[in-house]
Design a protein around this ligand. Structure first.
Ligand code: 4AD
Ligand code: MG
Length: 447
């Protein structure tokens, strides 16, 4: 018995041989004397074509099969390299293993992504989502491979936490129904594993996390989800410049990996989702990412011949229209913006000598905006405490985090990459809801 993927891979070697495949029926067509089945088993997004004729003892049952029924076909593989279908199976036997009811919602016509979101439990059965979620799996593997090959230790940081890692007040609060203080104090779902990753970095040197994070952000955009996966490497003895090199290498590694291991899926996206995707990704792996200081970026925006909706001035955060202008119009490739004003960034970022900016960097990429946020961490105990107080945080609530400084004031740096945003960048899919299996956004937690 072969998978559909194996039949495609070995069609010429299997020519005229007897093969068997178990799969779901994607389409059925028949005339009086013969018919066609298109079958898919999930191993590949393409379908295998099966021809059956009226010699089949159960011909009329097969011809009436509802879409999505399960069958096992045995027959001869006919190899036709010059035809539209490179091969087909002439069925000697079609065993019906399971019947679908007749109102299967996925018909042969193309459905909108919006409609498919409303049947998120069935959409992985379509070609597009088959390709998206196979690439998601491969990209996750590529990320582990990248870090493991460089000696980074994979750390599992907690999902339930009592400290706000970003200090931004976007935590989902946990309650048990009868007792709000199961943990002795209010607990929440984590917004980032960074603070815990820092603890392990200051023991192992280089570490990374890869796990779910949660944000109660009221942003109803195509790039924000309430539950998303983040990769957070943290490196001891490292500065901002070291971090940018790792981030650039990592993004390029993942692109190479999916181009090499999912060529058919990537070609499918190039044809049906974003024309020119392959050329765009090729350009990204071949060019160096750009770098620009925040202050210079502000000057570039001020002189832009574009009417921005939001104001541009030193000290204000960049809005997504500004971010996209910088990477899409000015640099035309991924760009690291560095050294942001301290007041628009998190408490843990290392103060620069000017006392006004921090050693932080966001990676902005065309089509998406912010893909990565990172920084060198404030390792100086007194400076960190002072900053926390200035920002209205209570140092006592972060006592363990401060001890990481007390016991070694070690330089270190790290970043966070939003996995779904990376997938949008890799596949050309334009909505974050279409690259995570069961999306959670404002007003939506079905399935
Ligand atoms: O910039 P953020 O908030 O940084 C942190 O959480 C740091 N603790 C990371 C670190 O230094 N270890 O988030 C990092 C990345 C963003 O650049 C973005 O790609 C993604 O996480 N992200 C989101 N993705 C989807 N939906 C959301 N609501 C997101 N918020 C952030
Ligand atoms: Mg950020």
């Amino acid at each position: 018995r072969f998978t559909v993927k194996e039949l495609f891979a070995h069609a010429s070697a299997l020519a005229n041989q007897s093969v068997s495949v178990t799969a779901w029926v994607r389409t059925v067509r028949d005339s009086k004397t013969f018919g066609f089945l298109e079958l898919n088993d999930g191993s590949f997004f393409k379908n295998v074509q099966v021809v059956f004729d009226s010699d089949l003892e159960n011909f009329s049952d097969v011809a009436k099969l509802p879409i999505s029924s399960t069958v096992t076909v045995e027959g001869t593989l006919i190899y036709t390299p010059d035809a539209k279908q490179a091969f087909e199976i002439r069925a000697a036997q079609v065993r019906i293993d399971g019947y679908s009811v007749s109102d299967y919602p996925l018909q042969k016509k193309r459905h909108s992504f919006e409609y498919l979101r409303s049947i998120a439990h069935l959409r992985p059965r379509t070609n597009t989502f088959s390709a998206v979620f196979r690439v998601r799996s491969l990209a996750a593997f590529a990320i582990h491979q990248f870090f493991q090959e460089r000696g980074f230790v994979y750390v599992n940081t907690p999902i339930i936490t009592t400290s706000d890692a970003e200090g931004a007040g976007e935590m989902f609060r946990l309650t048990t129904g009868t007792n709000d203080e199961f943990f002795g104090k209010p607990a929440s779902l984590t917004v980032s594993g960074q603070l815990n990753a820092e603890a392990y970095s200051l023991a192992f040197g280089n570490v990374y996390t890869f796990g779910p994070t949660f944000r109660a952000e009221n942003s109803n955009t195509a790039r924000h989800a309430a539950e998303f996966w983040m990769i957070e490497p943290e490196m001891a003895f490292a500065e901002l410049a070291d971090l940018l090199m790792v981030a650039e290498d990592m993004v390029k590694h993942v692109i190479h990996y999916v181009l090499e291991h999912a060529p058919e899926e990537m070609a499918f996206f190039d044809q049906f989702v974003e024309k020119g995707l392959l050329a765009r990704l090729q350009h990204v792996v071949e060019s160096d990412f750009a770098r620009v200081g925040y202050s210079e970026a502000i000057e570039l925006l001020k002189t832009a011949k574009v009417d921005f909706e939001y104001p541009v001035s030193w000290g204000l955060d960049l809005q997504s229209e500004h971010e996209r202008y910088l990477c899409e119009q000015v640099f035309k490739r991924p760009v690291f913006v560095t050294d942001y004003p301290k007041d628009i960034k998190a408490f843990y970022m290392r103060m620069n000598d000017d006392g006004k900016t921090v050693a932080a960097s966001d990676l902005l990429v065309p089509g998406i905006g912010e893909l990565i946020g990172g920084s060198q961490r404030e390792e100086r105990l007194e400076a960190l405490k002072k900053r926390m107080v200035e920002m209205g945080l209570n140092p006592e609530e972060y006592a363990w985090y401060l001890e990481l400084r007390a016991y070694g004031e070690t330089k270190h740096a790290g970043f966070g990459l939003g996995f779904e945003r990376l997938l949008m960048y890799l596949t050309g899919m334009s909505n974050i809801r279409d690259v995570i299996p069961f999306p959670r956004t404002v007003g939506h937690a079905e399935f």
